[in-house]
Ligand binder design. Structure first.
Ligand SMILES: [Cu+2]
Length: 122
C-alpha cells in the first residue's frame, strides 16, 4: 500500500451557512465507508455515508468520479437507514472521488467530496 496519504482535501460546503434557522438540522457527514482518503479493495464494494440527521434519500445524490474523470450517478439503496446513504459499485483499482449531496429534512443541502483509492486484490 502506498504510504502517500493526503489529508485536508475533504470539503464540505453548506448551502445554508448564511441562513438563520432555529436549529441547524442540516446534514453533516459523521461517518463513512470508505473514509476520506481511505483505501478499498477492488471488486464489488459497499459504500455508506452516515449523517447527523435524517435525510431525504430521494433527493440526495452520489456521484462517482473515476480515475479517468468519468462521472457516474450511483443508485442509493432503498434499504438505507434514514440518516444514511448506502450504495455499492464494482470498482477497478485507481483514484476515485465520491461527490455526495444530502438534503436534510430542514430543506438545506450539504455537499462534499470524498477522495479514496481502490487497490488490487492481493
Ligand atoms: Cu440546515
Amino acid at each position: 500500500m502506498s504510504p502517500r496519504h493526503r489529508f485536508g482535501s475533504f470539503l464540505v460546503a453548506m448551502a445554508c451557512a448564511f441562513v438563520s434557522v432555529t436549529a441547524s438540522a442540516h446534514a453533516i457527514l459523521v461517518d463513512s465507508s470508505p473514509k476520506p482518503n481511505g483505501t478499498l479493495t477492488a471488486g464489488h464494494v459497499e459504500m455508506m455515508f452516515k449523517y447527523n440527521s435524517k435525510i431525504d434519500q430521494h433527493r440526495s445524490r452520489l456521484l462517482l468520479i473515476g480515475p479517468d474523470k468519468s462521472e457516474k450517478v450511483l443508485t442509493i439503496a432503498t434499504g438505507s437507514k434514514s440518516n444514511e446513504i448506502d450504495t455499492s459499485a464494482d470498482l477497478a483499482p485507481g483514484a476515485y472521488t465520491l461527490r455526495w449531496q444530502a438534503l436534510a429534512l430542514d430543506g438545506h443541502i450539504t455537499r462534499g467530496d470524498l477522495p479514496f483509492t481502490v487497490v488490487a486484490k492481493q
